[in-house]
Write a protein that binds this ligand. Structure first.
Ligand code: GRG
Length: 279
């Protein structure tokens, strides 16, 4: 069964309701599934059957989808479109979108708890998933981004927002794969840093793509509403942002190559593919 089928099967187990319809609408709308793929690549790199990570891979994508639904709400980013389709609250309504996000987040932990890996590793992985997604992780990043935007002045402020908002959920799959593979604490922490570096590279790349798109749309640079927000391009300039993005991808690949007893080729290839991404 491929990953899309696994997601569809997971959603079909939820009690039928308008909430489930909205969960399914957003979940099955064509995300890149990066976080699950990181989990599978890392398990494979440690010589394990990637299918052993299925429950956590599904849980990661459920959490990713919840975060996007809630981020799109009028009280947050107020986006009408997501993954090229009407955002959840536009397709349904706000109350349903809130419930769909709540449902996806909660259901993620139900699915994760069904993993048949050794209980101590499952408990530890669920702890990592909670921490990375929760109020000391991604939710903290979103909090910084929504309530303290005017306090983001320099690169270090922005880096902090990205570290939590994006980096934490990028780190979780690597750390969970390391736990399932029975690695020690130092290795799990090293994977945390890998995810953090990739998250930052990805976010700088997003800023570059947004700035390029905006400049193309307007036939000029740096002057529409989207560019009023502080980004790595507005802080560093396009050339430096591109250099930084390439350095960060290179650094993450180097960190991965240095992992002991790890076959890094597939993961490095995935990162090389990401680095070439242009929307
Ligand atoms: C609402 C708690 C809460 C958090 C929201 C994910 C997020 C945090 C906000 C979305 C806006 C944004 C640009 C976040 C940075 C992380 C990021 C680049 C998310 C998009 O991830 P992709 O590109 O999305 O992997 P797909 O659609 O492929 O899953």
């Amino acid at each position: 069964m491929n990953f899309e089928e696994l997601l569809e099967q997971a959603i079909q187990r939820v009690t039928p309701s308008r909430t489930r319809d909205a969960m399914e609408y957003s979940l099955m709308s064509g995300g890149k599934r990066l976080r699950p793929m990181f989990l599978y690549d890392t398990l494979a790199g440690y010589g394990l059957n990637p299918e052993r990570g299925n429950e956590f891979a599904i849980a990661l994508e459920l959490i990713q989808t919840y975060s996007l639904i809630h981020d799109d709400l009028p009280a947050m980013d107020n986006d009408d479109l997501r993954r090229g389709k009407p955002s959840c609250h536009k397709q349904f309504d706000e109350a349903t979108a809130i419930l769909a996000g709540d449902g996806l987040l909660t259901y993620a932990f139900e699915v994760a708890a069904e993993s048949r890996e050794p209980a101590d590793r499952v408990v530890r992985s669920i702890g990592i998933l909670s921490r990375m997604a929760g109020p000391s992780g991604m939710v903290y990043g979103q909090c910084l981004d929504t309530t303290e935007e005017d306090q983001v002045h320099g690169w270090e402020d922005l880096r902090k927002v990205h570290r939590y908002k994006t980096g934490c959920l990028f780190s979780a799959p690597f750390m969970i794969a390391a736990v399932i593979s029975g690695r020690d604490d130092a290795t799990i922490e090293a994977w945390h840093k890998v995810g953090d570096t990739i998250g930052l590279a990805f976010q700088v790349q997003d800023d570059i793509m947004d700035a390029t798109e905006t400049a193309e749309e307007l036939g000029k640079s740096n002057s529409d509403a989207r560019n009023e927000k502080v980004t790595s391009v507005s802080l560093l300039g396009m050339e430096q942002a591109e250099n930084l993005m390439n350095q960060l991808y290179a650094s993450s690949m180097e960190q991965i190559r240095q992992m002991s007893e790890f076959e890094s080729d597939a993961l490095i290839r995935r990162l090389e593919g990401m680095q070439k991404r242009r929307k």
